[in-house]
Design a protein around this ligand. Sequence first.
Ligand SMILES: *Cc1c(COP(=O)(O)O)cnc(C)c1O
Length: 418
Amino acid sequence: MDGGDDRKRGEDGGPSAGDPGVDAANVLPYARQWIDEDDIAAVTAVLRSEWLTQGPRIERFEAELARTFGVAHAVAVSSGTAALHAGVVALGLGRDGIGITSPITFAASANAFLYAGADPVFVDVDPVSGLVRVDSIEEAVECRHRAGLPPGVVVPVSLAGALPDLPALAQVCRRRGWRILEDAAHSPGARRAGAVGEFASAACVHTDAAILSFHPVKHVCAGEGGAVLTNDAAVAEQVRRLRSHGIVRKPVTASSPADEGPWFYEQHELGFHYRMTEMQAALGTSQLTKLPRFLARRRALARRYATELASSWFAEVGVASSFDEGCAYHLYIVHFHDERLRLRAYDWLARQGIRTQVHYIPVYRHPHYRRLHPMAPLDGAERFYRGCLSLPLFPAMTDEEQTRVIDALRVFVEEEGR
Ligand SMILES: *Cc1c(COP(=O)(O)O)cnc(C)c1O
């Protein structure tokens, strides 16, 4: 996933302490946070301070996020999922609206539409990169425009740290009044060259807003947490309001009783409780300073995977993507030639104490979505899903640990060849 519990030790079908032959201390996860003493000091300092929630550290974290990603506003919330929900609502999605996203993502990207009372529409992806196809989105947008339906919200997912063609997507969406919320949970620091020059993830130049997640497997860890980034002051203000029940402290309408008293507040719409704590904000701020270092390490590990797996031995069983220096490498995904090989590789690596994961089972396959929105499988998404496997990749991973993964894969290929 990401988000969720599938990487808790032993819960994702991988080896656990209970598996015979696998020493729990020797299990290599597919992802893990990297917490240093200065992160711990930042959090314990909060516990000795006056504010535990909605205090100065939230403001500081938001200011640092805005500066890092070059946006006018950042609003911190309790999770990436909360950011998606508040974000799509702030972009105008409501009951009977339409949200378009990729099926190759964590369920949260589409769940946000359901929370808002809108209908999810899944469009196809490129079978190699897993990135949503702009022409598929265009088809979905144009088809609804012809049917006389009002515009909705598109959530492009920057999968594994790679960016979809956001400038092209912006053209398609602006023409028909659709708004764009980039799911940048995988991609802080990612950039890509486009027809109109380079563009960056979460910068909100070609999109209306972006969301980040601070789950421990993501680039910046806050324990749990998320943020909505935007250059649109109205969107930021509404997310701020939605994060705290829809309550405001200053009179906002002419009918608001301004002279009520200093205790004044009033609820203007039904919001949520999506606030982040000061402890999370302090951890997030401390981790954010390390983003360049974390990114450099992720890229170095990805470069080595790409180099080693480009060799002919790996071609016997699968395809490894070539190195892309703009990619933020939340994941390094390889593609096995078929699903049986992928399953055997997963099991083989698990027996060596190496955890891998599949990102993702197409969201429309989940029983909840099958019940609500039955649809025919999408060809690109099915082809991507069939062979994909994410190898261990996280900044704290050592060269020796990576060697262990590559050597285990080499032995797997030899065994397959017998
Ligand atoms: C992690 C993730 C989310 C949700 O973030 P949480 O902080 O776990 O709620 C959303 N989309 C994608 C693509 C993710 O990987």
